[in-house]
Design a protein around this ligand. Structure first.
Ligand code: MET
Ligand SMILES: [Zn+2]
Ligand SMILES: [Zn+2]
Length: 418
């Protein structure tokens, strides 16, 4: 069933309204987002529950009861928050949701991931309007703080009694855009760690040559990390591994020296220096390999170096297995998913590991099969980038894709007890 032009205009309009809410860190307007989405849910006829595991950080849970609520349910997840956007680098203001003559809608969150929230809701609206009746209950979770690690958001949600009561059998969460005409689907995320290295050393006159300054120690660390980074990146460049199948260690800040009102003191060698690195690990890789390297090579105690290596979130599920959702016959949801994509006329690429990290890892931690998927084919990958946009036609097609997915998943009769 096609949309009328009226319908399409209204759907795009609601997407733009949501995009105009200032959801960027460090002060996302959660109240505004929850209020807008609640009013949408009310107009669709979904049950609305607002949970607040952390004060000021609401989580919106929308539900449509199935005809057999004893069956495991379907959960559609999207995060409310966005990363910041520096408007000086944007051709249209990042919270304007400006639609240009090519139909491109520019906004922070257009791809990551405010599009899927509205697509879920519009798909549910259309299914309701058509008299569809789900066998399994369908839930939509709109969660805070994904972009800062999810500790006060999805991590608390999956640990809650409210979550357990949902009896979730399968989850869809965000994925990434695809530059080709094949949709991308993700069965795992890389695991996020952060590494902070601290170097100390004797201070000295800026002109003095001596061994063991803090900056020298830190530079040696950085050089060793660059070599490791190159070894990983070479595997990608040679086509041996996908970018998400290697360990990435990328510098995100460097800190040393004595600031002055106009710059830095230029003739004193500092006695302390620090560097921060974003580390991402494929889900089956162990951090121990890296820890050994840091101890021996990157930040050896023999050079008075110290470090903090911290993880955001889990690395294993409740049974001790890696956070990976099977994409084979052992996972009956996988074939339902695949068939629904082809029924909607879409092509699907080979399942991938997501190079970044999402809240999906918390659902996988609970042992729930979870796929990362955002229906954005023929679209450049612009998450966290300047001038993030989504084309109106791609957005509208995504609604159709979710109608197929949601109706297939929620109607799934299983004989294997899932
Ligand atoms: C560090 S947890 C994940 C935050 C964000 N989604 C990212 O991939 O960077
Ligand atoms: Zn995201
Ligand atoms: Zn993001």
């Amino acid at each position: 069933i096609g949309f009328s032009l009226e319908d399409e205009k209204a759907q795009i309009d609601r997407f733009q309204q949501y995009l105009r809410i200032q959801t960027a860190h460090p002060n996302p307007d959660y109240a505004g987002a929850v209020s807008f989405l609640s009013s949408q849910a009310r107009s669709i006829g979904l049950k609305i529950l607002t949970l607040e595991f952390t004060p000021g950080k609401p989580l919106l849970l929308l539900s449509w009861a199935g005809t057999d609520p004893s069956l495991p349910s379907i959960l559609l997840n999207s995060h409310l928050d966005s990363v910041p956007a520096d408007s000086s680098h944007w051709i249209h203001p990042p919270f304007s949701a400006y639609r240009d003559s090519d139909g491109r809608i520019f906004a922070r969150g257009a791809q990551d991931d405010k599009s899927i929230a509205i697509q879920y809701l519009e798909a549910l609206r259309n299914l309701k309007g058509r008299g569809f009746s789900p066998l399994r209950s369908i839930h939509v979770s709109l969660v805070p703080d994904e972009e800062i690690g999810g500790a006060d958001g999805n991590e608390k949600f999956v640990a809650s009694q409210e979550f357990r009561m949902l009896n979730v059998g399968f989850v869809l969460d965000e994925g990434q855009a695809s530059p080709t005409d094949e949709f991308r689907v993700f069965y795992a995320d890389r695991l996020p760690w952060s590494l902070i290295v601290n170097a100390v050393g004797a201070p000295g006159h800026g002109s003095k040559m001596y061994d063991g300054s803090a900056a020298e120690n830190l530079m040696e660390c950085v050089e060793a990390i660059v070599r490791f980074r190159d070894s990983q990146f070479d595997l990608v460049k040679a086509g041996i591994r996908a970018g998400s199948e290697v360990i990435s260690v990328n510098p995100v800040y460097l800190k040393a020296g004595t600031p002055t009102p106009t710059g830095f003191v230029m003739n004193v060698q500092p006695s302390e220096a620090e560097a921060g690195f974003d580390v991402r690990l494929p889900p089956t890789e162990s951090i121990d390999v890296l820890r050994k390297r840091i101890n021996e090579e990157w930040a050896p105690i023999s050079r008075n170096m110290t470090y903090q290596l911290t993880q955001k979130g889990p690395s294993r599920d409740v049974t001790g297995r890696p956070l990976v959702t099977p994409t084979n016959a052992s996972n009956p949801w996988w074939s339902v998913f695949k068939q629904a994509i082809s029924a909607s006329g879409g092509k699907l690429g080979k399942p991938e590991i997501l190079s970044s990290t999402t809240d999906a890892r918390f659902m996988r931690q609970m042992g729930i099969p979870t796929l990362g998927f955002s229906p954005m084919a023929n679209t450049p990958v612009l998450l966290h980038d300047h001038n993030e946009f989504l084309k109106d036609t791609v957005f509208l097609n995504g609604i159709k894709v979710y109608e197929n997915l949601i109706s297939a998943l929620s109607s799934f009769h299983s004989d294997v007890g899932v």
